[in-house]
Design a protein around this ligand. Structure first.
Ligand code: AMP
Ligand code: ZN
Length: 114
């Protein structure tokens, strides 16, 4: 989508600090990190929210998880632990409407989920 900020990052119209990439997925540092490690993982294909994944493309959820494993290894936090989050729609706290997974780590995260 032409006006989607994450699609612009995929196209290279907006720079990012790339952490990991494959044919389906791009991962980059969050511009406003909430933890020492805060990485955003996005599918290269635009989906507004996780509700837009259907039977045909639900495998992308596994691709996001596999990318989170890679990101945790690359950032060296897989042993200490980390958290993955997908916000969905307004009350879920979603601000950017291109499906994405947060990977947070590098400090003890709050027990409170929200
Ligand atoms: P969410 O609230 O789940 O929609 O999260 C959107 C995330 O995208 C926030 O943590 C933002 O800091 C992050 N973000 C927004 N614009 C950029 C950008 N240009 N580069 C990296 N991260 C961004
Ligand atoms: Zn997009």
């Amino acid at each position: 989508m032409s006006d989607c900020i994450f699609c612009k990052i995929i196209r290279g119209d907006i720079p990012c600090a790339k952490v990991y990439e494959n044919d389906k997925i791009l991962a980059f540092d969050d511009i406003n990190p909430m933890a020492p490690v805060h990485v955003i993982i996005i599918p290269k294909r635009h989906f507004s929210t996780l509700l837009d994944l259907d039977a045909e493309n639900i495998d992308l959820a596994g691709d996001l998880i596999a990318a989170a494993q890679k990101v945790a290894e690359i950032k060296g936090i897989e042993g200490r632990g980390f958290r993955t989050v997908i916000n969905c729609n307004a009350e879920g706290g979603q601000v950017v409407f291109h499906l994405h997974m947060h990977v947070l780590g590098g400090r003890k995260l709050s027990d409170e989920l929200g």
